[in-house]
Design a protein around this ligand. Structure first.
Ligand SMILES: Cc1ncc(C[n+]2csc(CCOP(=O)(O)OP(=O)(O)O)c2C)c(N)n1
Length: 490
C-alpha cells in the first residue's frame, strides 16, 4: 500500500487533488523512521513521515510529542483518508517539496515566520509630480488633447457642483450632501479610462464617474431634491444616484455591498463573452467589511473581470487608516488573495488614467480581477453631517488641499501643453455655474412623487402588510400634518 501510494506519478497526483477537504497539521506519536507507511491512530488517519524530524520540531510541538507534520482530513471523509493522503506525498520529491493543492511548496529547515509587512512599503506609481511636471522615466498611457481637456473640464464641473450643492444643503433646501473634494482625479481619470459598456458599482464618493458618462446637472439635482424626475422616486437619501442608461448601479448606503455584487456582474459579463468589465469603487474603511474580503476571494477564484478601485483617502469618517488596518494599506491585500494589484497616486490624473486603462485591458483580455489602491485624501468633511476639524489637524487638510491638489496638478500639465488658458477656465466655470443654478431652480419646482410611490414597485401586487403600513401612515399624517412635508401629493 505504502509503495503504491508513494509511487504515484506527479500527473496522477494532480488529477486527484480535491479542494474540499480540511487540512491541519498533526503530530504523530511514532518515532522517526526512514521507511514510509500509513496507519490510523486514535481514530485519526496519519501518514508517517519518512525522515527524522528537524531539530526545531519539538520546540514547535511540545516535548511529549514526537514529531512530524502530517495531514489530516475531516472526520466525515475519514474512510477515504488513506487514498487521499497519497496526493500529498511524492516519492521523488518529498524531501524538497510538498505537492499541495495549488502547487508545490518547498520545505525548509528554517523556522521563519513571515514578516507582518515588507521591509519597504509598496511604492506608489505616479506620472506627474506635484507641479504637474512629468517625472523622468515614467511610463504611461498617452492622453490626447481632446481627452485631457474633457478630463480637466469635468473635474472643474464636479468641483463646482460640489461647492454649490454643499451650500444648497447648508441653506436647508436639501437634506444631505457629500463632496468628492480632493478625489476629483480618481473620479474623473478612472472614468475616462473606461468604456461605457463597463458596469460601474460605486460607493458614494464617485459621482464624477456618472458625470463623465453624461448624467446631467439636472439629473443630479432631481435626485438630490427627490422629485418626480428622480429615477429613485425620492425613496433614497440624496447622493444615492443611479442610472441604467449609464451602466451605473444605484449607490447603496451599506458600505462594501457593491463589491461582491461587482464580482457577480463581472462573472456574468465573462459568461456572455462581452468585451467589458465591472468596475467597483470603495474607500479604505470599506475594506474592513467582510464583503470586501469575500469579493476579492471570489473574484480571484472565479477569475472574474472586475477592477477594484479603492480610494484610500486616509479617513473613514473619523477613523484614520492607522486604526483601520495594520497592513501596508490595501494593495497588499490584493496580493494576499491572488489578485494583481497596483498602488497609484490618486491625485495624479495621468497615473490613475494609465493604471485604470491598463487594469481594464488585463481584466478583459486575461479574464482576471485587478486591484488598484489610489492614495488620495478626503479634503472635505465626510458629509454635511460631519465636522472633520474635530478629529484631524487643519494643517493636514490644508496640505492636501494646496500642495497636493489633484485638479491644480493636472491643470498645470494641460496648460503646459498649451491646451488650456485662463480664458477657457473663466468661461467654463461661469457656464457650469449657470447650468447648475438653473437645474436647482427647476428641480426645486418639480413635484414630489406621490405618497403611494413609497410602497409600490417592489411587489407586483401590494401585499397586505404594506397596505396596512400605507393606511397607518396616511392616518398619522392626518393627525400630525406639521411633521410631514406639505408638498407630497397624497
Ligand atoms: C455596513 C455599514 N457600516 C457602517 C456604515 C456607516 N458609514 C457610512 S460611511 C462610513 C465610512 C466609510 O469610509 P470609507 O469606506 O473609507 O469611504 P470614504 O467615506 O472615506 O470615502 C461609515 C462607517 C455604513 N454606511 N454601512
Amino acid at each position: 500500500m505504502t509503495t503504491q501510494i508513494l509511487g504515484r506519478s506527479r500527473t496522477n497526483l494532480h488529477l486527484h487533488k480535491n479542494l474540499s477537504f480540511l487540512l491541519g497539521y498533526l503530530v504523530s506519536k511514532s518515532t522517526a523512521t526512514s521507511s514510509s507507511s500509513s496507519f490510523q491512530s486514535g481514530g485519526v488517519p496519519f501518514v508517517k513521515c519518512r525522515h527524522a524530524p528537524p531539530p526545531y520540531a519539538s520546540s514547535l510541538l511540545g516535548n511529549n510529542s514526537a514529531t512530524r507534520l502530517c495531514f489530516w482530513r475531516s472526520e466525515s471523509t475519514k474512510a477515504e483518508a488513506q487514498l487521499d493522503l497519497q496526493h500529498y506525498v511524492s516519492e521523488d520529491e518529498d524531501e524538497q517539496v510538498i505537492d499541495f493543492p495549488g502547487g508545490k511548496v518547498a520545505f525548509t529547515p528554517e523556522m521563519t515566520f513571515m514578516a507582518e509587512s515588507g521591509q519597504k512599503r509598496v511604492p506608489c506609481y505616479r506620472v506627474l509630480d506635484n507641479n504637474g511636471e512629468p517625472v523622468t522615466f515614467s511610463n504611461y498611457v498617452q492622453v490626447s488633447k481632446e481627452m485631457a481637456v474633457k478630463m480637466y473640464s469635468t473635474m472643474i464641473t464636479l468641483q463646482t457642483m460640489d461647492n454649490i450643492f454643499y451650500e444648497v444643503q447648508r441653506q436647508g433646501r436639501i437634506s444631505f450632501y457629500l463632496t468628492s473634494a480632493g478625489e476629483e482625479a480618481v473620479n474623473i481619470a478612472s472614468a475616462a479610462a473606461l468604456s461605457s459598456d463597463d458596469i460601474i458599482l460605486p460607493q458614494y464618493r464617485e459621482p464624477g464617474v456618472l458625470m463623465w458618462r453624461g448624467f446631467t446637472p439636472q439629473q443630479f439635482a432631481d435626485q438630490l431634491f427627490g422629485n418626480t424626475n428622480d429615477f429613485g422616486k425620492g425613496r433614497q437619501m440624496p447622493i444615492h444616484y443611479g442610472s441604467k442608461k449609464h451602466n451605473y448601479l444605484t449607490v447603496s448606503s451599506p458600505i462594501a455591498t457593491q463589491l461582491p455584487q461587482a464580482v457577480g456582474a463581472a462573472y456574468s459579463l465573462k459568461m456572455e463573452g462581452k468585451s467589458a468589465c465591472a468596475v467597483t469603487y470603495c474607500g479604505d474603511g470599506s475594506t474592513s467589511e467582510g464583503d470586501f474580503h469575500a469579493a476579492l476571494n471570489f473574484a480571484a477564484v472565479m477569475e472574474a473581470p472586475v477592477v477594484f478601485i479603492c480610494r484610500n483617502n486616509g479617513w473613514a469618517i473619523s477613523t484614520p487608516v492607522e486604526q483601520q488596518f495594520r497592513s501596508d494599506g490595501i494593495v497588499v491585500k490584493g496580493q494576499a488573495y491572488g489578485i494583481r494589484s497596483i498602488r497609484v497616486d490618486g491625485n495624479d490624473a495621468l497615473a490613475v488614467y494609465s493604471a485604470v486603462h491598463t487594469a481594464r485591458e488585463m481584466a478583459i483580455r486575461e479574464k482576471r480581477p485587478v486591484l488598484i489602491e489610489a492614495l488620495t485624501y478626503r479634503v472635505g468633511h465626510h458629509s454635511t453631517s460631519d465636522d472633520s476639524t474635530k478629529y484631524r489637524p487643519v494643517d493636514e487638510i490644508e496640505y492636501w488641499k494646496m500642495a497636493r491638489n489633484p485638479v491644480n496638478r493636472f491643470k498645470r500639465w494641460v496648460e503646459r501643453n498649451g491646451w488650456w488658458s485662463e480664458k477657457d477656465e473663466l468661461e467654463l466655470r461661469s457656464r457650469v455655474r449657470e447650468q447648475l443654478l438653473q437645474a436647482i431652480k427647476a428641480a426645486e419646482k418639480e413635484q414630489k412623487p406621490p405618497l403611494e410611490d413609497m410602497f409600490n414597485d417592489v411587489y407586483d401586487q401590494l401585499p397586505s402588510n404594506l397596505k396596512e403600513q400605507e393606511r397607518e401612515l396616511r392616518e398619522t399624517m392626518k393627525k400630525h400634518p406639521s411633521d410631514y412635508p406639505s408638498d407630497v401629493p397624497l
